[in-house]
Write a protein that binds this ligand. Structure first.
Ligand code: IPE
Ligand code: IPE
Ligand code: MG
Length: 245
């Protein structure tokens, strides 16, 4: 495991490559998604063990509805199954579950299970496990803008008071720190409409490994790589050195 100094507080993951993992093995894409759930279970455990405060995973983007209906349906049934299978053990492990995205578009049963899972784990104090489902960074910014517009129209907020901090308060991640480290698997180096606002100063780590093959060793490699970086937030390296002393 890594040095405990300078651990990322919030790790975000774009879990990509399930389909290609399956294809390489001559399997259906569904088999890749199933293996992807196993990988996700491993990584939740690994993050909890490493005392990471927040893990966000991108499970289904607002654009993934464009996939063949059979695949979308399979993914939705897999979310429901995984949630019902894992909720007790997540709760026993003091993990707090949080779903973000436009959940109103999900199947009623899934919405109910999500509510139940969030309620059951709401007072847990361990890892906050954020699952982005029907989430899009652009959607998040738009829904924040709409909430703000309503407040301005009602004269509850002045337009000059829409600062960065004020805007942040209206995003679905308002109570979470921004990700320190974003990992994307499968060799694609893009954000694909995951956290857009929140990634402004996140360190990015890309690996060629397909999500079903992702494991603790690669997680530690990503963390070790993160720990070596100098995060400057617009300052100069010299200024950062001064703060470190
Ligand atoms: C990620 O794997 C899972 C989701 C987007 C739901 P993909 O299904 O995107 O796998 P590839 O990119 O086709 O290999
Ligand atoms: C991003 O992966 C979304 C998730 C992992 C849920 P995609 O596979 O949908 O991304 P693109 O389409 O290759 O950009
Ligand atoms: Mg993909």
């Amino acid at each position: 495991m890594n040095s405990t100094d300078n651990m990322p507080q919030h790790v975000a993951i774009v879990m990509d490559g399930n389909g290609r993992w399956a294809k390489e093995r001559g399997l259906e894409r569904a088999a890749g998604h199933k293996a992807g759930v196993e990988s996700c279970r491993r990584i939740v455990k690994a993050c909890a063990k490493r005392k990471i405060n927040v893990l966000s995973v991108f499970a289904f983007s607002s654009e993934n509805w464009r996939r063949p209906i059979e695949e979308v349906n399979y993914l939705m049934s897999l979310f429901l199954l995984a949630l019902s299978q894992d909720i007790e053990s997540l709760h026993e492990n003091n993990i707090k579950l949080r779903f973000i995205g436009d959940l109103s578009q999900l199947d009623q049963q899934l919405q109910q299970e999500i509510k139940k899972a969030e309620k059951l784990t709401q007072n847990n104090t361990g890892l906050i496990f954020v699952i982005a489902t029907n989430y899009g960074g652009q959607w998040d910014i738009l829904q924040a803008s709409q909430k703000i517009a309503v407040k301005v129209a009602a004269k509850d907020l002045q337009s000059q008071d829409i600062t960065v901090d004020c805007f942040k308060q209206h995003l679905v991640t308002h109570d979470l720190p921004d990700p320190d480290l974003l990992i994307r698997t499968s060799g694609c180096s893009r954000i694909s409409n995951f956290y857009l606002w929140q990634l402004s100063y996140t360190e990015l780590f890309f690996t060629d490994v397909y999500w079903p093959d992702f494991n603790e060793i690669i997680l530690d490699e990503a963390i070790a790589n993160f720990q070596k970086r100098e995060r400057r937030f617009g300052f100069t390296s010299e200024q950062i050195g001064e703060y470190d002393d």
